[in-house]
Design a protein. Structure first.
Length: 234
């Protein structure tokens, strides 16, 4: 895998890249629910998801990215608009979640909902992750192309050891960002079609616009509130 910044520059030259990202990340995974050989749509496609599901029984893995349909209607999350002082109820029905941890007792998956970050900040997030774990990610194709297990054990162990706060503090400082703004937790029983995104689909995430995903609030307001929060912390 190349640097996420390099991948982003390559993809932005493609006509209709936002529509392609929507097709790959929403329609293929959630709407059509393509699995196994059916999701091998081009020569670079991989199926690491099936490899890991066989050994992990679809349990969320730290350091992997997931998308799913979230149906929790009772506990709509609150986003505080710092400008008006009002709290606005909202619900993201199709999160794209970088998994930071999983509680097997409470059956709750924690992570960064990348939908809540502006496009430029999503690139920064993956760049921060890539630079810290470059030794693993730079040669990831050698594992995924031959259906070998490709888990970032260094990050997984760190996350399970409670080191996420320090890791994200470093990410924030190195990228002048506020990634923990998008930190969310989801109860597994409220999730449908829990899907792991392949590494070769990560590059499309900055271009993804979750059409119709957010209810009771616009994605523009979510991103504006991110910038308000970030600017106050820098």
């Amino acid at each position: 895998m190349e640097s996420p910044k390099i991948i982003h520059e390559q993809l932005k030259r493609i006509d209709g890249i936002k529509d392609i990202a929507y097709t790959r990340l929403f329609e293929n995974y959630l709407k059509l629910d393509l699995k196994g050989s059916k999701k091998l749509i081009d020569i670079t496609s991989t199926d690491q998801e099936s490899v890991l599901n066989k050994i992990n029984r679809s349990i969320p893995i730290q350091g992997m990215v997931y998308t799913f349909i979230h149906l929790n209607k009772e506990n709509l999350e609150l986003l505080k608009n710092l400008k008006t002082g009002k709290e606005t109820e909202f619900h993201d029905f199709t999160p794209i979640l970088f998994c930071t941890n999983f509680d097997p007792i409470k059956k709750i998956v924690h992570g960064i909902n990348l939908n809540m970050l502006p496009s430029s900040e999503r690139i920064k997030f993956f760049e921060a992750y890539y630079q810290l774990y470059k030794n693993f990610l730079k040669d990831i194709e050698q594992l995924t192309e031959f259906n070998k297990i490709a888990i970032n054990l260094e990050y997984k162990i760190a996350a399970m050891s409670g080191k996420n706060p320090k890791i994200f503090e470093y990410f924030n400082k190195s990228q002048h960002a506020l990634f923990n703004y998008a930190y969310r937790s989801y109860i597994i029983s409220n999730i449908r079609r829990f899907r792991m995104l392949e590494y070769d689909d990560w590059g499309y995430i900055p271009y993804f616009s979750p059409k119709e995903a957010f209810k009771k609030i616009s994605i523009e307001l979510i991103h504006k509130t991110y910038w308000d929060n970030r600017n106050k912390t820098l």
